[in-house]
Design a protein around this ligand. Structure first.
Ligand code: NAD
Length: 508
């Protein structure tokens, strides 16, 4: 299983240089960045101050004013080129994602594939920014709606999808005629520098895109706040914890700016009596242990019908006991590290609380990989007597709480009885049960699946969740509408001026 020892500092520098990032940007600066793989410091980045945000937003606003006049299919050409560059650098960027966010290689590459997919989607979209033609009540009139570019789009992203989240937003925002200012997570700034380097290659090939069309803000939370508060940013798409959204949402509302909030999840699955248990087992294992439990869509709660509990749960425990945990750069382990010590401590605290509420814990111990500051854990499966205490909250670590149910209606009620509303799934071969779960009184989440796990959404659908997940939608379907402003146009081609609703207002 083991391969040559990897020097994360050297490898990061080599990858960044390959992707066109100057070492001035990540050496000798004031913000340290670490790799969760070994816990080592990898770089010290130059940051911007909150005061500098204004100049960057002004530049983005100037870029927007030029870009909004470029025909949308031509704007799509830039994103087509970006997709090509991402294809060319998929291996390097995927590897850097593994190095900086701790993802296993296939998930690092999968994240870049998602970027490529959204570019393809956005290129097609650039010829489909349709408005409606609407029947008017007035003779000799035509009514229609036109979608116009919006302005500077702020993007704030979380550590666990360090590059894909930018692309879900930026690919759409740019074909919609906007400019972008991106504040990545302070835990994953190097992958952001690499993406900026790749974007700039696409811009150079495109030829005449305005300068500053997509810019990066390397900095801490205060820099994010300056972006959120800037009056020339009409939309902020913010991905991260519910705590962050609780701060960002009201700040945007106060100045009537738009928000796309993509916040925490506490996702659940229901395994029914007729479920294909082999399929359910694989879906649950990937959903709950994949990405070391650090996906917003990670499966965190499982309701198993009491008639199949004793068939499924022992198999699940076996999978938990045997799953390989280790360094994603050097081994073929399926579970990589937690992002940092705070994540490890949070996991241990939740497991203690679960025990205090009668939970029976299997797993959860730290795994020694030879790096004192790398936090690796065995994923934990916790059998709970009921949904209480830590089960009601998102702990961003691989903990799966398993509970028995006997009646589907009450399982759905329990399923919905948490604050978050992101992703959900049911495993059943019974059409009535499946449809009940998808119905108006079924799952209350933004994503509701049948016979497929909670995690690993495709870009073609609108992505996001309800309640404390924030209500935002990004990526596919008609999510693009949030990045444009809609104008309703009524054109009078008659020689009269009939007023709507039959109002008469005759002046001399
Ligand atoms: P976090 O909330 O700590 O940070 C996210 C980003 O928000 C960072 O860039 C941070 O600097 C910035 N930020 C924090 N407070 C801010 C403020 N007041 N103003 C402006 N910016 C601020 O989240 P994290 O630990 O990086 O990520 C994990 C969380 O993100 C989990 O809760 C996870 O469920 C969630 N997440 C949600 C989605 C989704 O699509 N719903 C996707 C990925 C992650």
């Amino acid at each position: 299983m083991s391969a040559a020892k990897v020097d994360v500092v050297k490898e990061a520098a080599a990858l960044l240089s390959k992707m066109g990032v100057s070492s001035d940007l990540y050496q000798g600066g004031d913000m340290a960045s670490f790799s969760p793989v070994t816990g080592e410091q990898v770089a010290s980045l130059k940051t911007v101050s909150p005061a500098e945000v204004t100049g960057i937003v002004e530049k983005a606003d100037t870029a927007f004013r030029a870009w909004r006049l470029v025909p949308a299919p031509r704007r799509g050409e830039l994103i087509r080129l970006l997709g090509e560059e991402l294809r060319a650098f998929k291996t390097d960027l995927g590897r850097l994602v593994s190095l900086e966010a701790g993802k296993i290689p296939s998930e690092g590459l999968g994240e870049v594939q998602e970027m490529i997919d959204i570019c393809d989607f956005a290129v097609g979209l650039s010829r489909q920014l349709y408005g409606l033609t609407i029947a008017t009540e007035r003779p000799g009139h035509r009514m229609m709606e036109t979608w116009h570019p919006l302005g500077v789009v702020g993007v704030i992203s979380a550590f666990n999808f360090p590059v894909a989240v930018w692309s879900w937003n930026a690919a759409l925002a740019i074909v919609c005629g906007n400019s972008v200012v991106w504040k990545p997570s302070e835990k994953t700034p190097l992958t952001a520098l690499a993406v900026q380097g790749i974007f700039e290659r696409a811009v150079a090939r495109f030829g005449d895109a305005p300068e500053g069309l997509s810019q990066l803000l390397i900095g801490d939370r205060a820099v994010g706040e300056a972006l959120v508060d800037h009056p020339k940013v009409p939309l902020v798409s913010a991905t991260g914890s519910t705590r962050m959204g609780r701060d960002v949402g009201p700040r945007l509302a106060k100045r009537f700016a738009r928000a796309i909030l993509e916040l925490g999840g506490n996702n659940a699955g229901i395994v029914c009596p007729s479920a294909d248990l082999d399929m359910a087992l694989r879906a649950i294992a990937f959903g709950a242990m994949g990405t070391a439990g650090q996906r917003c869509t990670t499966l965190r709660r499982l309701f198993v019908h009491d008639s199949v509990y004793d068939q499924l749960v022992p198999r699940l425990k076996k999978a938990y006991a045997s799953v390989s945990v280790g360094n994603p750069l050097e081994t073929s382990a399926l579970v990589g590290p937690l992002v940092d010590k705070a994540a490890f401590d949070g996991m241990q605290k939740a497991l203690e609380e679960a025990k205090a509420h009668g939970g029976v814990v299997a797993g959860g111990e730290r795994v020694d990989t030879g790096s004192a500051n790398g936090y690796y854990v065995k994923p934990a499966l916790v059998e709970m007597p009921k949904q209480v205490g830590p089960v009601l909250e998102e702990t961003f670590a691989p903990i799966l709480y398993v509970m028995k149910y006997s009646d589907l209606d009450s399982a759905i009620e329990e399923h919905n009885a948490v604050a978050a509303g992101l992703s959900s799934s049911i495993f059943t071969k019974d059409l009535q049960e499946a449809e009940r779960f998808l119905a108006a009184d079924g799952s209350d989440c933004g994503i509701a699946n049948v016979n497929i796990g909670t995690s690993g959404a495709e870009i073609g659908g609108a992505f996001g969740g309800e309640k404390e997940t924030g209500g935002g939608r990004e990526s596919g379907s008609d999510s693009w509408k949030a990045y444009m402003r809609r104008a309703t146009n009524t054109v009078n081609y008659s020689k009269a001026l009939p007023l709507a609703q039959g109002v008469s207002f005759d002046i001399e």
